[in-house]
Design a protein around this ligand. Structure first.
Ligand SMILES: *Cc1c(COP(=O)(O)O)cnc(C)c1O
Length: 384
């Protein structure tokens, strides 16, 4: 039996009848950039996340970039974030001219550690005398939110704006002291990606920024369209970060299924947890589940830790089971960030995670038999 890491054809087979007529409608209208479909989808996402505004963007990367641009982050500024994330998080920071400054992660959740951030800020003037900390950018990795209450408190205390990289976590929930909050809704801005492999994925690239503040939302809308306000008058330098109507149309249909897909992933995660109970496989922790929030973890990825990961991964792939490493090289040791001056050993928790973690198939269409096969293949590979 072959089990791919992700099978989007199974999802499409179920939605074809709903999506194809809407695609045809957009084609007949020939209204492809922004427009009514995008406005409708932006309102749906804002409503889903419990925020004031959604501003569609061309990708998750561009959503992060435009949010940083809207805060006028640039040379001399520092953005504090995690080195254990997809490249875009820190890539966008560097593209604004600002400096990514890393703090290590929590070993259980793989998310930015509030303790590490507090320590970093405490020693700021000795470590980074020439940089002004301006933004804190937690990443809600794999579909579970970072520990936002202490992170937001630190940001507040030190005058940092919070931008959430929520690209993997649309719909994930956090038990804040102020009540349950959705990913993207706790910071000044939140960024989502609709890359096809995310829980809500389009037929190509797409993204969105969510915010509460009306004036900030307007600023983001202008910046995603070259800063034009009105058309052909440019008070700010923006870019082309617009969302396509075809993507918005597809995503509006898929959004109706998102809660059901989250539930399917949650059930699959629980099944793996049982299958691995007596093995050497370290299963992921949904740390907020006990607080009673429904989407404590949306399992964009189901991440295990295993000994001898690289050998195990090859054995799994050879046996026809898809698995992947997210991410093999933490950002502080990426070649393009050598100028930041970090070394191997600076963030040991991130480095250990990069050596030990493995993503298993978790998409909602997996059958029990497929999961049993994945689990058996992994346990067998470990035993060798
Ligand atoms: C997917 C992702 C992004 C970038 O999104 P794109 O839509 O691919 O540009 C950024 N950050 C994280 C954590 C992601 O997983």
């Amino acid at each position: 039996m072959n089990v791919p890491l992700l099978d989007l054809k199974a999802q499409y087979a179920e939605l074809r009848g709903e999506i194809e007529p809407i695609l045809k409608e957009v084609c007949e209208s020939q209204y492809f950039i922004l427009g009514p479909r995008v406005l409708e989808f932006e309102a749906q996402i804002a409503d889903y996340c419990g925020v004031g505004h959604g501003i569609g963007a061309s990708s998750g990367t561009d959503a992060i970039l435009v949010a940083l641009m809207a805060l006028e982050v640039g040379p001399g500024d520092a953005v504090i974030t995690t080195p254990y994330t997809f490249f875009a998080t820190a890539g966008c920071i560097a593209r604004t001219g600002a400096t990514p400054v890393f703090a290590d992660i929590d070993p259980q959740t793989y998310n930015l550690s509030p303790v590490a951030v507090a320590e970093l800020i405490e020693n700021w003037s000795e470590t980074y005398p020439n940089l002004t900390p301006k933004v804190l950018m937690p990443v809600h990795l794999y579909g579970q939110m970072a520990d936002m209450d202490p992170l937001c408190a630190l940001a507040e205390q030190h005058g940092l704006a919070v931008i959430e990289d929520a690209c993997q976590a649309i719909g994930a929930e956090y038990p804040s002291a102020a009540g349950t909050r959705k990913a993207g809704a706790m910071g000044r801005a939140g960024a989502f990606s609709f890359f096809p492999s995310k829980n809500l994925g389009g037929f190509g690239d797409g993204g969105m920024v969510v915010v509460n503040d009306d004036a900030f939302a307007d600023r983001l809308r202008y910046l995603r369209n070259h800063g034009a306000n009105p058309k052909y008058y440019h008070g700010m330098i923006g870019g082309n970060f617009r969302l396509d109507a075809l993507q918005a149309a597809v995503l509006s249909v898929k959004l109706q299924r998102l809660e059901q897909w989250h539930a399917g992933r949650r059930e699959n995660a629980a099944r793996y947890d049982r299958l691995f109970a007596d093995s050497a496989v370290v299963t992921p922790e949904a740390v907020y589940a006990d607080s009673g929030v429904l989407n404590a973890h949306i399992y964009n990825q189901y991440i295990v830790r295993v000994p001898d990961r690289d050998r195990v991964r090859i054995a799994m792939n050879e046996a026809g089971v898809g698995c992947e490493v997210y991410y093999p090289v933490p950002l502080h040791v990426q070649e393009c960030f050598a100028y930041l001056g970090y070394r191997e050993g600076d963030f040991p928790v991130s480095e250990k995670a990069a050596r030990e973690t493995l993503a298993l198939p978790i998409y909602p269409e997996l059958t029990d038999e497929m999961q049993e096969h994945v689990a058996k293949t992994l346990v067998d590979a470990l035993g060798k």
